[in-house]
Design a protein around this ligand. Structure first.
Ligand code: TYD
Length: 214
């Protein structure tokens, strides 16, 4: 039996990491083979991207920031490696793969600085998820969560202006039908309530529901 590929998307602070992890734990409890993963991935290119995002690697000898086009290419390259080494083999073995972020993150984030059509074109080789759950949260609310969690420390992208732009781009993707098999949920709901909604959607749309208890 072939597995399925589920993606969680949303702006920074929308709860994708928390909810992906809760979904994975629930699936394990239900006896459904599942695998939690993320992008940037834990592979070599993903690890490099994380260092770049944290500002721990400078772009050039004169310490300029990285060219956003180069970063977009790294995300796309990481994705193909992630598909090849984790997603495709696991799905083939009947696992439900849950990824914290995927192509839509590139379309939303990289298109802030780089031509959106080009970003789309470099991601054309990436397989489509069976389900993309978008957690909708306003930029202000999301930033408040991040500030509570991390204090003043911020990743490169975690500023309100950028997050607002990213949120607008996610909405445009949804309006254009460019987010594969998307389901929008209210990310401002309490964690446990949202987790239950996500289970329902996953059970209905990608799993055989009858033997699962919500
Ligand atoms: P991470 O610390 O994993 O963010 P979070 O746990 O808050 O989701 O860092 C991932 C960052 O990378 C996040 O700001 C979104 C960004 N990103 C892109 O810009 N493009 C992409 O293709 C992906 C997958 C992530």
């Amino acid at each position: 039996m072939s597995g399925s590929f589920v993606v969680l998307e949303g702006i920074d602070g929308s709860g994708t990491t928390t909810q992906a992890s809760l979904l994975n734990s629930w699936l394990v409890e239900q006896g459904v083979p599942s695998r939690l993963t993320r992008e940037p991935s834990d592979g070599p290119i993903g690890s490099l991207i994380r260092l770049i995002l944290k500002g721990r690697i400078a772009g050039s000898p004169s310490s300029q920031p990285f060219d956003p086009r180069a970063v977009a290419l790294l995300f796309a390259a990481d994705r193909l490696d992630h598909i090849d080494t984790v997603i495709a083999p696991e799905v083939r073995h009947g696992t439900c793969v849950i990824s914290d972020r995927y192509v839509a993150s590139s379309l939303a984030y990289q298109s802030v600085d780089v031509d959106a059509e080009w970003v789309k074109s470099i991601n054309l080789m990436a397989r489509q998820p069976d389900l993309t759950i978008f957690l909708r949260v306003g930029a202000e609310a999301a930033l408040e969560r991040i500030t509570k969690r991390q204090g003043l420390h911020r990743d490169l992208y975690e500023t309100l202006i950028v997050q607002k732009k990213v949120a607008e781009r996610y909405e445009a993707l949804l309006a254009d039908g460019a987010m594969a098999n998307a389901k929008v949920l209210d990310g401002t709901k309490p964690v446990a309530e949202l987790a239950l909604e996500i289970r329902r959607v996953v059970a209905e749309q990608v799993l055989e529901v009858k033997r699962l208890s919500l």
